[in-house]
Write a protein that binds this ligand. Structure first.
Ligand SMILES: Cc1cc2nc3c(=O)[nH]c(=O)nc-3n(C[C@H](O)[C@H](O)[C@H](O)COP(=O)(O)OP(=O)(O)OC[C@H]3O[C@@H](n4cnc5c(N)ncnc54)[C@H](O)[C@@H]3O)c2cc1C
Length: 325
């Protein structure tokens, strides 16, 4: 039994790590909706008819004696009137949400270490310098370069050449780069990985535009076989979708988590209302009359097949044609 469990655990880990490895490699070739992926989710919200309150931070969720939850929030730092809800879905990592849940979750999601990911986007008229990647001068640097942790002296996880664009200032072609790194990058280091082209040095800057952002992007993925609970209370009124992040962190999987939680909530409502629904039946509009199904005609009896005489018991008086010839 022990070995069986180990094998099962190894299988789970193998499947999850293979999946995660595939996601990690997806730095390039990613697809996006023109104008931003946020439009998909805005579209979903519009279709649902939900009341969306943007820039509103929830700081307290409190259970009331009648089993509803009072939610306190602020809009641009100003408190807004508290509101009551039957069901709460927490769709952000609790450890970063900066809110209090009263009573606290029966099974609080453990704090999980997130990767500090520095994203640096910049433009330059220069291409990446082959020497900076141990390539021959004549070689071209691939559009995506990946490193592994501890591969010193590399300061980055990946460098991608996103696309070429036209500078609005000079009207000339430039490259848009994206670097993922564990720490903030210095300008001099970025310049050191770009090709030094004398003709550019005088007229144009080496880096023409830069944008930096620090993300708590996704959790570290130590081997584990259990994950955060999705139900944070006993009654099935407080739910948590961000537990999926410690398994895999993508828009698709988080959307699936939301769909599953919504299903569980609706199933819970169906269960709660089951008894009431028996009484409510009289209120339901009467169903239209179902036309009578025509009777299926009787199948005629199949005539009996005459019995076959077993071979070898044939009447010996029957002549054998072959013998007569
Ligand atoms: C740098 C980076 C790159 C990524 N690349 C990809 C990719 O290429 N493909 C992909 O599929 N996934 C990618 N991901 C992962 C993806 O962004 C997440 O999996 C996804 O956003 C999770 O969706 P979510 O709605 O659960 O949470 P989030 O998108 O994190 O939304 C949670 C929201 O809750 C809000 N919030 C938090 N606390 C409160 C509060 N107290 N009150 C009110 N609101 C609050 C937050 O402001 C936030 O808007 C990337 C993530 C990062 C950081």
């Amino acid at each position: 039994m022990g070995w069986c469990q180990i094998l099962k655990i190894q299988k789970v880990l193998l499947i999850s790590f293979s999946l995660e490895a595939m996601v990690c490699m997806a730095t390039d070739g990613a697809m996006q909706v023109r104008g931003g992926n946020w439009q998909i989710f805005e579209g979903m919200l519009k279709a649902s008819g939900a009341n969306v309150l943007l820039n509103t931070s929830v700081f307290s969720i409190q259970r009331q004696p009648n089993s509803t939850y009072t939610l306190e929030a602020s809009f641009s730092s100003e408190a807004v009137a508290p509101s009551n809800y039957d069901t709460i879905i927490l769709a952000a990592p609790l450890q970063f949400a900066d809110l209090t849940l009263t009573p606290p979750p029966i099974n609080p999601p453990p704090k999980i270490p997130y990767v500090d990911l520095h994203v640096t986007l910049f433009t330059s008229p220069r291409r990446l310098a082959p020497q900076a990647f141990n390539l021959e001068t004549a070689e071209q640097v691939p559009t995506t370069v990946l490193t592994v942790p501890g591969a010193s002296p590399h300061k980055y996880f990946s460098i991608s050449t996103i696309r070429t664009l036209t500078s609005p200032h000079t009207g000339e072609g430039e490259y848009l780069y994206k670097i993922f790194s564990p720490r903030r990058l210095s300008i001099s280091w970025i310049e050191s990985i770009l090709l030094s082209e004398p003709k550019d040095a005088e007229s144009k800057g080496v880096i023409t535009w830069i944008y930096e952002k620090l993300w708590q992007s996704y959790p570290y993925l130590p081997p584990r076989v259990t994950f955060e609970d999705i139900q944070l209370d006993r009654e099935g009124k407080v739910w948590y979708t961000s537990g999926i992040e410690s398994f895999i962190s993508t828009m698709e999987t988080s959307s699936l988590m939301g769909m599953n939680v919504a299903r569980l909530i609706v199933d819970g409502w169906d269960g709660e209302e089951g008894a009431d629904r028996v009484h409510d039946m009289s209120d339901l509009p009467s169903l239209p009359d179902v036309p009578e199904i025509p009777k299926i005609p009787k199948i005629p009896k199949i005539p009996k097949v005459p019995e076959v005489t077993p071979v070898g018991t044939q009447d010996s008086s029957i002549s054998n044609d072959d013998n007569e010839l």
